[in-house]
Design a protein around this ligand. Structure first.
Ligand SMILES: [Ca+2]
Length: 314
């Protein structure tokens, strides 16, 4: 990956412009979830899980090319998040991925674009990696240097922490981009998840459903998906999507695992355009039905992107 970065550094600006301006649509209609419940576009987000209704299979139709919302000069890695259960459009940003405890809050995308933050939080414990999420008014992350997960309440400014058993941490089982991405949270229509790996799992991705109140791991699935070959993952309707970065072609969704059926989803590799750049953070927002990403730009900037997703029943 480093070799690739060096090779393409001189092409930086042209590459970025090309990738931004190319409105490529990827047909991924053969991705499907076998679960027979599907999430309707919500009007009220007080509890998105309640709004899962009997509809078509959870079937992705397309993932569009990413739209750049903001560029952070020099911050080649980081994370940006919205709370999908909130009526507000508040955005939180972590710049960098190493021992981060400075969380910047913006009222909305316009404020983010104008670099007009409303508040900066100094967390009592620093987070690691880029796999943080905000859910039901709290931040969830992996505490730096540990395999503990943490819930930080924006209302009370207090934290709740819980150990993750044998979960690898501190670059034991990171994604291929490294950067302490051992423990990755995700939110989908079914709630809060965390993905990681253990020695017993031999580096395979382990998926756990997380109780957002207690941080207890309510249910766990073991997969053969090699975590360190994967660039990042996200969940939609209980299905894990794993994106693999390649040095010579666009990143692809190469693996899927359906927790509803406890099985791998057979599929062909699906292009996920970011070549020769790659995303160091990737998450799904079930309210907006789009992916949030932080792209490691070839000009050594961080690009904050959204990838709209369309579904078969839209
Ligand atoms: Ca992720």
């Amino acid at each position: 990956m480093k070799k690739c970065l060096q090779e393409h550094k001189e092409q930086a600006h042209q590459t970025i412009l090309k990738s931004i301006l190319t409105n490529t649509i990827i047909n991924v209609s053969d991705i499907f979830h076998t679960r027979k419940t599907f999430y309707s576009r919500p009007q009220n987000l007080s509890d998105i899980q309640i709004q899962a209704v009997n509809r078509l299979e959870c079937r992705i139709k397309t993932i569009k090319e990413g739209v750049v919302v903001r560029v952070f000069a020099r911050y080649i890695t980081g994370a940006w998040m919205k709370d999908p259960t909130s009526h507000l459009d508040t955005i939180w940003v972590f710049m960098d991925n190493v021992e981060v405890n400075r969380l910047v809050e913006y009222a909305d995308e316009a404020a983010l674009r104008k670099d007009n933050p409303t508040e900066t939080y100094r967390l009592p414990r620093a987070c690691a990696g880029t796999g943080h999420v905000v859910y039901r008014g709290s931040l969830y992350c992996n505490i730096h240097g540990t395999n503990q997960i943490m819930k930080y309440s924006f209302n009370t400014h207090t934290i709740l922490a819980r150990g993750m058993g044998q979960a690898g941490f501190n670059n034991t089982f990171p994604y291929s981009s490294g950067g302490s991405t051992d423990i990755d949270f995700a939110i989908d229509e079914k709630g809060l998840w965390v993905t990681y790996s253990t020695k017993a799992a031999k580096g395979g991705i382990v998926i756990s459903k997380v109780n957002p109140n207690t941080l207890a791991l309510e249910q766990t699935w073991y997969t053969d998906i090699p975590k360190q070959k994967v660039a990042d993952t996200f969940m939609i309707c209980g299905v894990l999507y794993a994106v693999v970065y390649h040095d010579d072609r666009p990143s692809e969704i190469e693996y899927m695992y359906n927790t509803n059926t406890n099985s791998v989803v057979a599929n062909k590799a699906l292009s996920f355009v970011s070549y020769p750049e790659f995303n160091v953070m990737l998450d799904y927002n079930p309210r907006e039905r789009q992916l949030y990403a932080w792209r490691f730009g070839m000009s050594w900037d961080g690009l904050l992107l959204q990838y709209p997703i369309t579904f078969e029943d839209d």
